[in-house]
Ligand binder design. Structure first.
Ligand code: NDP
Length: 683
């Protein structure tokens, strides 16, 4: 008998566990592959370690440095991905299923590293501007900041994506400087243990940034406080139980849930069987039913189809499902693997029985289901099963019972309003797909579907070329749905990082707000010196370094010349008669001339540390500039972000945003904007 290894928890920097407890079995043939450990975890030690070692270690780094660590970690894990694939197949996953888990996981780390480096400051205070004046004299203002909470994040995950599930929660919370305790579902915890071991071996994270719990959470939730957070993915029942934990309620510990969801796809009434959209619809449904053997929180469970298309959809889906070979994914040609465990196999069978009563089975076990591969008769395989419900408005089961496997139900409808009403019967879902050729149908249906679905995919021939599919949550887009789907939000770009930070309103003088936020706030004190700010290297520049330029009177020749250079002969600049009839009552200068003239006023032309101007934000033209007006500009260093980058020649550079205010002879603000530049470092 080969030695079955015992999984270990990573607590307070030590791997714990030698004595076997719960046996874990291969989804492919039910053989014993691992055991959980019997040793009890001291959760007081885990929480104390996160607070005392994890938090300070993470806070020694700033947002940019943590983003750089995430990228290094993503590269490291990507270099060892084949070791993970070798374990992943034991969960019953095909290579394609494992790709979603493994490379979807590292891809999420890459995405958060990149978004963090683009959007977060090189400090630990995230300014949620703009500051707003709170008095008439300009001396008092208010703004919002987001700061690390100083607590830890407990991430509880479902069994279906043991790697992605951890990493998609870990990445934003790590950026937010929260040490994490990951708790994977026991059934597939061996894969999470493998990836956490790699992370530990990489040595890339500060001590205490990640701990792992194999087995139960004991009294962990009872030990959390107001600075901590809990995120959960799994069944609605467990979510309901955990969110009412007395300690979490007593201490207002945020609890974010992502629970089971009866997602749907709607075939709109405008699509006929000859349209490419019809094929797209059928393909998407078949893919969602069989990908990961239907064990995806986003899988399409309800296939909402116009009454007159039910037969056509049923026939085409049956044909597709019949071609899908099920079995051991290592066998050539196998497209669908097994459910994660025997427990899941039993659970899905029970739920299918409930769904089948009162509905027709269009395709299922009786249609030649025979998994291929050695020993698969003991595996956790399940036949792709398609049901038909002809009275979806009266049948509750199809909207309530989630069979977490390759099981979907076609539900017929009459008119788009009924389709939308059926979709909403899921009481809140993660995602719905609408397949239509008609923008007007999308414009009508999507706002209604959006009220009860966290994400809506509109699929037609144009989108199909690049569509990432119904079932794929993306790091850039929000994942999570209302109601039954848990009511939580994950991912969605940097907003996921914000979820793990604490927001505070701050009031004070603009000078104080600038000091706190690390960002120049209009009205704050500035520093002026003989040295032009564009002649300073990144290290020497200080927020608030400012230049008030000389003046320039705008002439008619400027307007004529600018019209000639740009080809912009808009009547407002060239037609005296028409311009008199406008709200300005006279010809005015081009806004882009004013911008260009301001650049001419503030630029220091000789080569210097400013390497490039790569954009402009928040541009507003506030007061028109007429012939004879005199303008000047104030350029102020607004924000510095050190991305720890060098160019091809190894020269370091940082990002500097400049506040520009252009005023006229009456000191009225004419235009304002931020310029984004790259500035060379001295070193
Ligand atoms: P569960 O809700 O049973 O478990 C989810 C996670 O919660 C697991 O890590 C589990 O650990 C943990 N857990 C369970 N009870 C407690 C507790 N009292 N205290 C702390 N942690 C606890 O879901 P499953 O993973 O077993 O999946 C079951 C169902 O969940 C599926 O059939 C499906 O309906 C739904 N699901 C939804 C998903 C989604 O993303 N929306 C994804 C996957 C599943 P342990 O395994 O050790 O019990």
């Amino acid at each position: 008998m080969p030695q079955i290894s015992t999984l270990q928890s990573l607590i307070a920097g030590r791997w714990i566990g030698n004595e076997a407890a719960t046996p874990l079995r291969s989804a492919l043939n039910n053989s014993l592959i691992y055991n959980t450990h019997a040793e009890r975890i001291d959760f007081d030690e885990a929480v104390t370690y996160a607070r005392k070692t994890g938090v300070p270690g993470l806070m020694k780094l700033d947002f940019q440095q943590r983003a750089a660590r995430l990228k290094a970690l993503a590269l490291y894990l990507a270099s060892r991905k084949e070791e993970l694939y070798a374990i992943s197949h034991l969960t019953g996953a095909t290579r394609a299923d494992s790709w979603v888990d493994i490379e979807g996981g590292t891809g999420t780390l890459f995405a958060y590293a990149s978004m963090g480096s683009r959007e977060l400051p090189s400090s630990n205070v995230l300014h949620e501007g703009l500051a707003i004046a709170l008095g008439k004299n300009g001396g008092f203002a208010g703004t919002h900041i987001l700061v690390p909470r100083g607590g830890l994040a407990v991430h509880i995950n479902a069994f279906n994506f043991p790697i992605w599930g951890l990493l998609e929660k870990f990445a934003p919370s790590f950026l937010a400087a929260m040490p994490c305790i990951g708790k994977p579902a026991t059934a597939t915890s061996y894969l999470t243990e493998a990836v956490v071991r790699m992370i530990h071996e990489s040595g890339l994270l500060p001590e205490g940034a990640l701990q792992l719990v194999i087995g139960g959470t004991g009294d962990l939730l009872d030990r959390l406080g107001g600075a901590d957070v809990v995120t959960f993915t799994g069944s609605a029942d467990t979510a309901a139980k955990l969110r009412v934990n007395r300690n979490l309620i007593a201490n207002s510990v945020p609890f974010t849930a992502e629970a089971d969801s009866l997602n749907c796809a709607i075939l709109a009434p405008d699509v006929s069987a000859d349209d490419p959209e019809f094929d797209l619809f059928v393909k998407e449904v078949a893919r969602e039913m069989t990908g990961k053997a239907g064990q995806k929180c986003t899988a399409i469970r309800r296939v909402i189809v116009p009454e007159h298309m039910v037969d056509a959809v049923g026939t085409r889906l049956r044909e597709r499902l019949a071609k899908i070979s099920v079995g051991d994914p290592s066998v050539e040609g196998v497209r669908m693997g097994a459910l994660a465990s025997k427990d899941q196999q039993r659970d899905v069978a029970e739920r299918l029985a409930l769904l089948a009563s009162g509905n027709e089975v269009l395709f299922g076990e009786r249609d030649g289901f025979k998994p291929v591969g050695d020993g698969v008769s003991d595996g956790s395989f399940f036949a792709p099963t398609l049901l038909l419900c002809r009275d979806g408005m009266r049948n509750d089961a199809v909207h309530d019972i989630e069979a977490f496997g390759p099981v979907s139900t076609i539900i017929s409808y009459n008119g788009i309003d009924e389709a939308l009403a059926l979709a909403a019967r899921g009481k809140g879902s993660l995602v719905s797909t609408l397949v239509t050729k008609e923008p007007a149908i999308a414009a009508y249906a999507v706002p209604m579907a959006a009220a009860s679905h966290g994400r809506v995919l509109i699929l037609e021939r144009e989108a199909s070329v690049d569509s990432t599919g119904h079932g794929s949550p993306l790091p850039q887009l929000k994942h999570g749905g209302p109601g039954r789907a848990g009511g939580g939000e994950e991912l969605g770009g940097i907003r996921a990082v914000r979820h793990f930070l604490q927001r505070a309103a701050v009031q004070g003088s603009p000078t104080m707000l600038a000091a706190v936020t690390g960002e120049y706030v209009r009205g704050a004190k500035v520093q002026e010196s003989e040295v032009h700010p564009f002649r300073k290297h990144f290290e020497d520049l200080k927020m608030g370094d400012s230049l008030l330029t000389h003046r320039r009177t705008v002439s008619e020749a400027d307007i004529v010349n600018f019209g000639g250079v740009s080809g912009d002969y808009f009547y407002m600049h060239f037609d005296d008669i028409a311009a008199k009839d406008t709200q300005f009552g006279q010809r005015i200068a081009h806004g882009y001339f004013v911008l260009s003239a301001a650049a001419g006023l503030f630029v220091s032309p000789a080569p210097g540390p400013v390497l490039a101007n790569y954009g402009l934000d928040n541009l507003r033209f506030i007061t028109p500039v007429a012939i004879g007006d005199t303008i000047r500009a104030r350029l102020t260093c607004k924000r510095k972000v050190d991305r720890n980058r060098t160019d091809d020649k190894g020269v370091g550079q940082g990002v500097v945003a400049w506040d520009v205010q252009i005023t006229n002879q009456r000191d009225e603000l004419v235009a304002s904007y931020d310029i984004l530049t790259l500035v060379m470092k001295r070193s």
